[in-house]
Design a protein around this ligand. Structure first.
Ligand code: ATP
Ligand code: MG
Length: 600
């Protein structure tokens, strides 16, 4: 594409974007509400602008980056045969009612009413709409497989919008969906998406891991997440040297074998006044009831934690969770396990309403649906039959020792809610785990027949009978990617864009006032644009070189070209933003040198 044109005097001038005209206002100070680097830098460098919490405007620079990311996503999606379409963001209630998500989404869903009072919503994700579209248009196995996607604005009323565009209430997602007649088809669609995601994230140029996203209880790799490795991330993941990687929510605990409890003495109530915490309890046990083999440790105690579950229909259910006393209950793991119910603290009023529960001294003897309290009781997988515990005796100031799981108490089931710690063993035997933080960039998920069943998506199979379609859903956080790339690629002066997504290829700076400099830069910009290079041309006549350099470093275009004092000796400077190295090249060789820089 030739974009250099001649003006009416016949001289070449460039169609380059000029800083003098670009709709931008760089800021020297960080915005007051920004905590993470990407948020600070994207606002300061003039890529985005806040409208309301979690809602941002894309300024021209930002939109250029966003468009480049979208282009990469489109290329890779079409390479696996997915077709792009687009649903509305404003949707009717009924489909979401049929899948129960109108309720399950809880306060995260933006619900609106039209002028007739009809319920509508702003789409948080579109499984329902895609499923219904396929149901509407397809009827036979011959129509399948199908792979459809959109790049579209989503709405979620996030409890904690955060970090600029990293967690917005309005954001852009690529969501795709696969439709197959059988499990083998779904596996293939899943694998193709996985491969496409690897290519997308490789091209976007940040460090990422692929982690198991659910406990695998349904078998295999039914769901995986692509996490950008980042200290500012909200997700914690684990990995072992042997190759296991999982979201902390998905880590399963290798449960020990059940043990014989034949010779454990009977449970014994002990007086432990003033010991409502594990620490105080362990101290008193060690002074008053010392063990013969070794000292009491927090891990010998069984801690019973109470929470209040709030189900989507609003019902409140108390839940007790038993974990070894040296571990906390991890809120996120718990939330994942009980979803779609939400977790609220167990208040003083709740204790008052359940007099059997003595705060600080709760023991499992009175827990369980069949017990006096009637409170559902779930145990950490480590509390296997035959394990021996010190725990509450359900009386103020009293505990019980030698309480044996399976002999003296039972539970209503197992729950993976205890915290995961560095050094814990991977469930697949691949060694100890280390913990790190990440930002979820993509999620691939074998949905199976859940949505197709609820919405009645069936097609005729080869034998002429109706069969339910199996589905996958696959998401990429397109707007979030802009933030993630900046998180992984910046320095103390500003953004350092990877070439693939940079808003321009070259940032051309005139550093000086001499008219020859402007002429030389103008001609260089024209030649570069003619060669297909996009140029941000800092042509501002009254701005000092120092300010221009600061802006260039803040904005982060990978190649900065300076036409300045050197011009008198026939040279211009080419700077690499990433390595912060510069070299002089002859003006006449400028275009060639810049092209070789860009094309690597
Ligand atoms: P998270 O755990 O971060 O809330 P999620 O699991 O709810 O994300 P999905 O429903 O799997 O997200 O959505 C697919 C992708 O959309 C995510 O992998 C993420 O990259 C992106 N995404 C989700 N929520 C947001 C948001 N509030 N702002 C920006 N991007 C988001
Ligand atoms: Mg997800």
């Amino acid at each position: 594409m030739i974009v250099a044109v001649c003006d009416d005097r016949g001289s070449l001038y460039a169609r380059a974007m000029r800083m003098s005209q670009l709709f931008v206002q760089t800021l020297r100070d960080d915005p007051a509400d920004a905590e993470v680097p990407s948020h600070k830098l994207l606002v300061r460098a003039g890529y985005i602008r806040r409208v309301a919490p979690g809602i941002y405007t894309w300024l021209p620079l930002g939109l250029r980056v966003l468009n480049k990311i979208e282009a990469i996503v489109r290329e890779e999606m079409s390479s696996i045969g997915a077709q792009e379409m687009r649903f509305p963001a404003l949707l009717p209630r009924e489909p979401y009612e049929e899948t129960n998500r109108w309720e399950e989404y809880g306060p995260n869903l933006f619900r609106v009413k039209d002028r007739r009072g009809t319920d509508m919503l702003l789409g948080p994700t579109h499984e329902e709409m895609f499923t219904l579209a396929v149901k509407d248009m397809y009827s036979s196995y011959k129509d399948l497989p199908a792979r459809l996607y959109q790049i579209q604005t989503k709405y979620r009323d996030e409890a904690r919008p955060r970090a600029g565009i990293l967690r917005g209430r309005e954001f852009i997602m690529k969501d795709s969906y696969s439709f197959d007649i059988d499990d083998a088809g779904l596996e293939k669609a899943y694998q193709d998406h996985r491969d496409a995601y690897v290519r997308i994230f490789d091209r976007l140029g940040f460090d990422y891991v692929i982690v198991k996203a659910d406990s695998g209880a349904m078998g295999g790799s039914a769901s995986e997440e692509f996490l950008a490795v980042s200290e500012t991330g909200e997700d914690t993941f684990v990995r072992s040297a042997g190759g296991y990687a999982a979201n902390v929510e998905a880590v399963t605990t290798p449960a020990p074998e059940a043990v014989e409890f034949g010779d454990v003495p009977p449970a014994q109530v002990v007086q432990t006044p003033g010991t409502p915490t594990i620490e105080t309890l362990v101290d008193v046990l060690n002074t008053e009831y010392p063990r013969e083999d070794r000292a009491w440790q927090a891990g010998d105690t069984l801690k019973n934690v109470l929470v209040m579950l709030v189900h989507p229909d609003g019902t409140r259910e108390p839940l007790a969770i038993g974990v070894p006393g040296d571990r906390a209950v991890d809120e996120k793991r718990l939330e994942t396990q009980v979803s779609p119910a939400e977790v609220e603290p167990f208040t003083e009023a709740d204790f008052a309403a359940h007099p059997a529960l003595v705060k600080g001294y709760i023991g499992p003897q009175i827990l369980g649906e069949e017990s006096v309290s009637g409170v559902r009781y779930l145990l950490d997988p480590r509390v296997v039959s035959g394990t021996v515990w010190a725990t509450g005796a359900n009386e103020e100031g009293q505990h019980v020792i030698n309480l044996v799981a399976g002999r003296d108490f039972a539970s209503d089931g197992v729950i993976e809610a205890a915290e995961v710690r560095a050094g814990d063993l991977a469930p697949d035997g691949s060694g100890p785990l280390e913990l790190a933080r990440g930002i979820e960039m993509g999620h691939i998920f074998q949905l199976g027949r859940k949505y197709a069943e609820k919405l009645g998506l069936q097609v005729l199979n080869e034998n002429g009978s109706l069969t339910t379609v199996t589905m996958g859903s696959y998401g990429v956080g397109v707007s979030r990617a802009v933030g993630v790339i900046v998180e992984s690629s910046h320095d103390d002066r500003g953004i350092v864009w990877p070439r693939n997504v940079a808003p321009f290829d070259v940032h051309l700076v005139v550093a000086g006032k001499a008219p020859e400099m402007f002429e030389a830069a103008e001609s260089l910009a024209g030649s570069l644009e003619a060669a297909g290079v996009s140029v941000l041309f800092d042509d501002r006549p009254k701005v000092s070189p120092g300010v221009k350099f600061e802006d260039a470093e803040l904005i982060g275009v990978p190649t900065i070209v300076v036409v300045g004092k050197g011009l008198a000796e026939g040279v211009i400077e080419i700077k690499d933003r990433q390595s912060n190295t510069a070299r002089n090249v002859a003006v006449d060789a400028g275009v060639e040198e810049i092209l070789s820089e860009i094309r690597g």
